[in-house]
Design a protein around this ligand. Structure first.
Ligand code: ACO
Length: 426
């Protein structure tokens, strides 16, 4: 039975349909609101706005639940490979053995990049941030791979190319930034092994592939693979809504992810922990500063728009961080600072009242450091993990029969009409 909510204004009533999701989430469909009443809705930061119907990821911020295509992220992190999770997100179901093999072959076949791309990397200023470079280079890929004959063929090949080549490009940019020889992808290595090998193998010293490092990267990427309508995914959907090519849409997602309030937080956490240490290791002082409304400082890696309890990804990341450092016999003083900071913050009345808990970025930087990833590459690693989510969300939006260009409205608060005055008369 259709359900409605009644909106009463100026003595009139209109009925607005209710929409219920498969997990019982409720929305009011306001698509006829302006036409019927002249009103629009105002919702800064879209905190109460559902921008689409989606069957990809479910999250419940109050209960700390995250599922991809219905499967709890905890189960995927425990049992799945990153490649299989990518297939699941993009195709909506787990692959059988043949499908997974075919997918692996396609990724391997597309993993090389055009050697002309090297010149672009070499001409970037040495101090350019890898996220800026990645965003530009993904956009540049379109120039190297122009349109194919059919739209369906183009979409499928472009998705595979992005998944295969962006990983190669990220490692390549790191090698070039250090002035080292590029290492090519190898078909005998898994998706995660290949990335580590391209990052760290060299003609003078073969990279020693450690099981713990490969597993940490696998879990890190699975945990980052999708997170429904977050800032960067919304950027991909919004830019994609203008029917721009997929490379350009993903490039905009990478740019959005770069921000320290979003994916850039993993780098910002390490910088914050280092500053706390350099300042004498006073975690109490950092928590006090974060509470002070006159101080712009925030605890990076804390708080989330949707999670009002412990981020389920952060729980897995924290456990993995402890296990990884122990099994690799690494002591990282930043981990001690992070633990102390978390303990103080979780007991602090301000953090308790504001439901501020560690998010995925709080411990992820320490994991990445342990496997040798340099700090300025952290957000690039996030982008590689989020790529399948962006692609799946873009594809869902382009397949939507009700697809429309994204075009919010506003409430204008500027000057009312007044006449132009020539410069000599002002
Ligand atoms: N430290 C101190 N106070 C905080 C923090 C924090 N990390 N996060 C939120 N608050 C406070 C705000 O000051 C605000 O207080 P008030 O209501 O008394 O004014 C309240 O909590 C709500 O904060 P908002 O900024 O309105 O919450 P919003 O949902 O818009 O922002 C965000 C969420 C951006 C993640 C925020 O918590 C934050 O800045 N965190 C630090 C950056 C970070 O870790 N980002 C990564 C997020 S996860 C990801 O994108 C992968």
């Amino acid at each position: 039975m259709d359900e409605f909510v009644t909106l009463t204004y100026n003595g009139k009533e209109i009925m607005l349909p209710m929409v219920t999701g498969s997990e019982g989430e409720k929305a009011i469909d306001i698509s006829s609101l302006r036409a019927e009443t002249g009103f629009i809705t105002l919702d800064p930061g879209y905190a109460n706005t559902g921008s689409c119907l989606s069957s990809i990821t479910f999250m419940d911020g109050e209960k700390g639940i995250l599922r991809y295509r219905g499967i709890p992220v905890e189960q995927l992190a425990e049992h799945s490979t990153f490649k299989e999770t990518v297939y699941l997100l993009i195709n909506g179901r787990l692959p059988d053995r043949d499908e997974l093999t075919q997918f692996s072959v396609m990724l391997n076949d597309n993993s090389l990049v055009h050697t002309d791309l090297k010149a672009f990397y070499q001409n970037y200023p040495r101090r350019a941030h890898p996220m800026g470079i990645l965003s530009s280079m993904v956009n540049t890929l379109k120039a190297f791979y122009p349109t194919l004959e059919t739209v369906e063929e183009e979409i499928n090949i472009t998705m595979t190319r992005l998944l295969a080549k962006v990983r190669t490009m990220a490692a390549m940019s790191y090698k070039i930034s250090r002035g080292h020889e590029i290492v090519f992808p190898r078909a005998d290595l898994t998706y995660c092994e290949n990335f580590l090998n391209m990052m760290f193998d060299s003609p003078v010293k073969s990279y020693e592939m450690k099981r713990e490092a490969v597993n940490a990267l696998r879990v890190f990427w699975i945990l980052h693979a999708d997170h429904e309508q977050n800032c960067s995914t919304s950027a991909v959907r919004m830019v994609g809504s203008a029917r721009v090519n997929l490379y350009a849409a993903i490039s905009s997602g990478i740019a959005a992810l770069w921000g320290p309030l979003h994916g850039g937080a993993n780098q910002a956490v390490i910088e914050m922990l280092t500053n706390i240490q350099n300042d004498g290791g006073n975690c109490q002082k950092a928590v006090q500063r974060a509470r002070d409304k006159n101080d712009p400082f925030r605890l990076m890696g804390f708080g989330h728009r949707v999670y009002k309890t412990y981020d389920p990804r952060a729980k897995i990341m924290k456990k993995m961080c402890d296990e990884l450092l122990e099994s690799m016999h690494i002591t990282d003083p930043l981990l001690d600072t992070a633990r102390e900071l978390e303990e103080i913050a979780l007991k602090d009345p301000y953090f308790v009242d504001h439901n501020l808990y560690p998010n995925i970025d709080f411990y992820s930087g320490i994991v990445l450091r342990a496997i040798g990833i340099p700090t300025n590459m952290f957000t690039v690693l996030f982008a590689l993990g989020r790529l399948p989510g962006w692609i799946a969300q873009w594809r869902e939006s382009t397949d939507d029969p009700h697809w429309k260009i994204s075009r919010p409205r506003q409430i204008y608060t500027g000057s009312q009409k007044y006449d132009y005055v020539p410069i000599h008369a002002r």
